[in-house]
Design a protein around this ligand. Structure first.
Ligand SMILES: *Cc1c(COP(=O)(O)O)cnc(C)c1O
Length: 379
C-alpha cells in the first residue's frame, strides 16, 4: 500500500538522537531551548513553548487565554477533533463555524454570525497546509475583542502575505506527530509574541510550578511554588534533538511537496468532477495534504466508491475530516447539530486525500492518478 503520508528519518536524525541519549540529559536539557530557538526563527515568534503534543499546545493556548466555563470558542466544523476538544478541556463550549467549500478554510462570515457576548476566541485551522484569511479574521476578532488562535498543525513553514505562520494569530500551535511536516514522534509547540501568554504556557506545561528546575539550580534554592493547576506536558531532550535535525530539512521538504502538488495539478487539470482545492492568493502552501473533491453529479461515481476502489489498488487515500459535531461524543454532549454547517456537511462527502510525502517519486504520483482515473471510470 502506498501510504498517504510517511515520515523521513535520515542518518543525521538518528545521529542527533544518539547524541542526546549519550549526553547527561534525557528530559529537560539544552536541546529543548535549542529546538525552541530554531522554531522561533521559522515562525517569527518571540516565544516558543515546546510541549509533548499538538493537542497539549492547544490546551495550553486555551489556558493562557483564561478561557473557562461559560465561555464560547468558535472552531471550524471540519478539522481534527483536537481543535474542538481543547475547548472542552477548559470547561468552555465549542461553537462550530462553517467552512468555505472551495478550500475548506473557516468561513469568516460564518464566524461573524456565530459571535455572541460569550465568545472569547476563534481557533482557525490551516487545512491541508494553506493559511486561513488571517487579515480578515484578525480584523473581525479585534472588532469584537476576542482572541485569535491558529491551529497550524498542517502549516509549519507556510506564509500568508509573506508573514510566516506563527506570527499571524495571538497564539499558534503546531504538531510534530509522525505524519506532520517535521516530527519528534509525538510533540508540539505553542508560539506567541505575547510575553504574558508565553509565561502562562511555560508554567502550565510544568505542573503549574512557577520556577523550573534550571531556575532553582541557578538560584541555589530548593523551594518551588505551584500557584495554578498545570500538567506535565514537557517535550524531552531526546525528542527535541530529533526536532532540531528535522527542522533543518523543512524547507527542502516543502519544496518537494510543492513539486508533487504541481504534478497532481497538471495531471488532474480539465478532468470533470475531480476538483483540487482552491488556493488563496498571496500564500505559500506547506502541502501537508493534497485534497480533491469528487463531485458525484459530474462523475459516474462518488467519493466512497472511489475511496474503496483506490484502496483495493493499494493506494492509501484518506478522508480529512468528518464534521466534528457529527461524532457520537459531540452529539451526546451538545445534541444533534445536523444541518448546522451545510457547506461542511456537503463537502465532507466529497473530499478525498491523495498520498503526498517528500519521498514519493513521479512514478508514484502517476500511479495514484491512474488509479483515480480508473476509479472514477475515466480510464
Ligand atoms: C495532528 C493535529 C492536531 C493534534 O496534534 P497531536 O500532536 O497529534 O496532538 C491538532 N489539529 C490538527 C488539525 C491536526 O492535524
Amino acid at each position: 500500500m502506498l501510504p498517504y503520508a510517511r515520515q523521513i528519518i535520515d542518518e543525521d536524525d538518528i545521529q542527533s538522537v544518539v547524541e542526546a541519549l549519550r549526553s547527561d540529559w534525557l528530559t529537560t536539557g539544552p536541546k529543548v531551548g535549542e529546538f525552541e530557538g530554531a522554531l522561533a526563527e521559522v515562525t517569527g515568534a518571540s516565544d516558543v513553548i515546546s510541549v509533548n503534543s499538538g493537542t497539549a499546545a492547544l490546551h495550553a493556548a486555551m489556558h493562557a487565554l483564561g478561557i473557562g466555563p461559560g465561555d464560547e470558542v468558535i472552531v471550524p466544523a471540519i478539522t481534527f477533533v483536537a481543535t474542538a476538544n481543547c475547548v472542552l478541556y477548559v470547561g468552555a463550549k465549542p461553537v462550530f463555524a462553517d467552512i468555505n467549500p472551495t478550500n475548506l478554510l473557516i468561513d469568516v462570515e460564518s464566524v461573524r454570525h456565530r459571535i455572541t457576548p460569550a465568545t472569547r476566541a476563534v481557533i482557525a485551522m490551516d487545512y491541508a497546509g494553506q493559511p486561513c484569511d488571517y487579515r480578515a479574521l484578525k480584523t473581525l476578532c479585534d472588532q469584537y475583542e476576542i482572541a485569535l488562535v491558529a491551529d497550524a498543525a498542517h502549516s509549519l513553514g507556510a506564509t500568508c502575505e509573506n508573514v510566516p505562520v506563527g506570527s499571524l494569530a495571538d497564539i499558534t500551535t503546531f504538531s510534530f506527530h509522525a505524519i506532520k511536516a517535521i516530527t519528534t514522534a509525538e510533540g508540539g509547540a505553542a508560539v506567541t509574541n505575547n510575553p504574558e501568554y508565553a509565561k502562562r504556557m511555560r508554567i502550565f506545561r510544568n505542573h503549574g510550578i512557577t520556577m523550573d528546575w534550571a531556575d532553582r539550580e541557578r538560584k541555589g534554592q530548593w523551594q518551588y511554588e505551584m500557584d495554578s493547576l498545570g500538567f506535565n506536558y514537557r517535550l524531552s531532550d531526546i525528542q527535541c534533538a530529533l526536532g532540531i535535525s528535522q527542522l533543518r530539512k523543512l524547507k527542502t521538504q516543502i519544496e518537494r511537496r510543492s513539486e508533487i502538488a504541481a504534478h497532481y495539478d497538471a495531471s488532474l487539470s480539465g478532468l470533470a468532477g475531480v476538483i483540487p482545492l482552491m488556493r488563496r492568493d498571496d500564500i505559500r502552501h506547506a502541502w501537508h495534504l493534497y485534497v480533491v473533491r469528487i463531485l458525484s453529479g459530474k462523475t459516474r461515481t462518488d467519493r466512497d466508491a472511489v475511496y474503496t476502489r483506490m484502496r483495493a489498488k493499494e493506494v492509501g487515500v484518506n478522508v480529512h475530516y468528518t464534521p466534528v459535531y457529527l461524532h457520537p461524543y459531540y452529539k451526546k454532549l451538545l445534541g444533534d447539530f445536523t444541518g448546522h454547517c451545510p457547506m461542511a456537511e456537503t463537502v465532507a462527502s466529497e473530499i478525498l486525500t491523495l498520498p503526498i510525502f517528500p519521498r514519493m517519486n513521479g512514478t508514484d504520483v502517476d500511479r495514484v492518478v491512474d488509479a483515480l482515473l480508473e476509479s472514477i471510470g475515466n480510464a
